[in-house]
Design a protein around this ligand. Structure first.
Ligand code: DAH
Length: 338
């Protein structure tokens, strides 16, 4: 006949084995090992035993308590790992993941960034001006007289207060000179606007990088060197650059700049990329008047300026046949530049 403690151990182990969940297991623990549990009761009963029986029963009590405790721990651990593998089994690891759509920069932004990076390496700082401009910044200050055709109301968008959407970024030349005395070496990337009939090569909004470099003894040679370096960085070392005499009111002499390179339509033709020239003394005078000083003394300072047509550059470089693609937000188009 086994000791009652041994019987308790057996029944406890059986019940632990049968416990279906954590709650049932806890109930078993309380029943046997809780404060009023049937195994715990043997602790109190010790005093009533014969002195010679005590060490034997005491040892047995310890053994039983440890065995039941250990069994409860094992059972708990077993059901925890069972639960874990049950829930893992519900995950189908062969399912494809949720795709994360990644955005990319607009081709025009990429084009502007490339251009800006090259000029920054040459020491040009970034300048900025508003898209909505005064007539003075857009025309008068740039030596463009009242009867010049560019001032025609059909040429740009006028606001009721007389301001207008700038027709070129050359306005920022004036703003930069108003803001600081020479020397100046800035570029101004940004949008320009014209009331053109919209077609494959004309848009009401387009983008330019304006450049302005004013110092003592600046010459046409500096202008040529700067733009040759720029276009070669952009289109490759084989790029040939041609300066064609032209007319702009705010420069004298003035040039249109053509390039030819394998990167552009296979190098078969000259492609016009910019207007440029030496800043007209009348522009300096007008800026001085606005500044109220003689900072831009045309006897002391000379400078060159240029305006690059960035939509056009992007179109020939990326082989884009229609300027309207830039503004249509068609993902099939935009994804090609991701
Ligand atoms: N502003 C002119 C245009 O939009 C381009 C231009 C020509 C800019 C000559 C210049 C320049 O800075 O010197 O057609």
């Amino acid at each position: 006949m086994s000791h009652p403690l041994e019987q308790l151990r057996e029944s406890a182990l059986r019940e632990i084995d049968a416990a279906g969940d954590a709650q049932a297991l806890e109930a078993v623990r309380v029943r046997y090992l809780g404060r009023n549990g049937s195994i715990s009761a043997w602790g109190d009963r010790m005093k009533t035993l014969d002195p010679e029986e005590r060490p034997v029963v005491g040892r047995l009590l310890n053994e039983v308590r440890n065995a039941v405790n250990a069994a409860i721990g094992q059972r708990a651990e077993k059901s925890r790992s069972q639960q874990e593998s049950d829930s893992l089994a519900k995950i189908d690891i062969s399912l494809p993941g949720t795709p994360q759509e990644r955005g990319s920069l607009h081709p025009l932004t990429q084009m502007l960034d490339r251009g800006i990076a090259i000029f920054r390496r040459m020491g040009f700082a970034l300048a900025d001006g508003p898209d909505i401009e005064t007539e003075w910044h857009c025309f008068d200050a740039l030596n463009t007289p009242r009867d010049h055709p560019a001032r025609n109301e059909q040429d740009t968008f006028y606001l009721p207060d007389g301001r207008l959407l700038r027709t070129h970024t050359s306005t920022v030349q004036i703003r930069a000179m108003q803001a600081a005395p020479p020397p100046i070496r800035v570029i101004a990337p940004g949008a320009a606007y014209r009331r053109d009939e919209v077609d494959a090569t004309h848009s009401a909004q387009f983008h330019q990088i304006e450049g302005l470099y004013i110092d003592e003894n600046v010459s046409v040679a500096d202008l040529k060197g700067t733009l040759e370096f720029f276009t070669r960085e952009l289109f490759g070392a084989d790029t040939a650059v041609r300066f064609r005499p032209h007319y702009f009111p705010f420069t004298e002499p003035s040039f249109e700049i053509d390039v030819r390179s394998k990167a552009l339509k296979g190098g078969e033709q000259w492609v016009e990329v910019a207007g440029s020239g030496m800043v007209h003394p009348a522009v300096f005078e007008e800026v001085n008047k606005a500044r109220g000083d003689d900072a831009y003394d045309p006897e002391k300072w000379t400078g060159f300026a240029f305006g690059l047509g960035m939509d056009r550059l992007a179109m020939i470089l990326f082989d884009i046949p229609d300027i309207r693609f830039f503004a249509q937000n068609d993902l099939r188009f935009l994804r090609q530049f991701a």
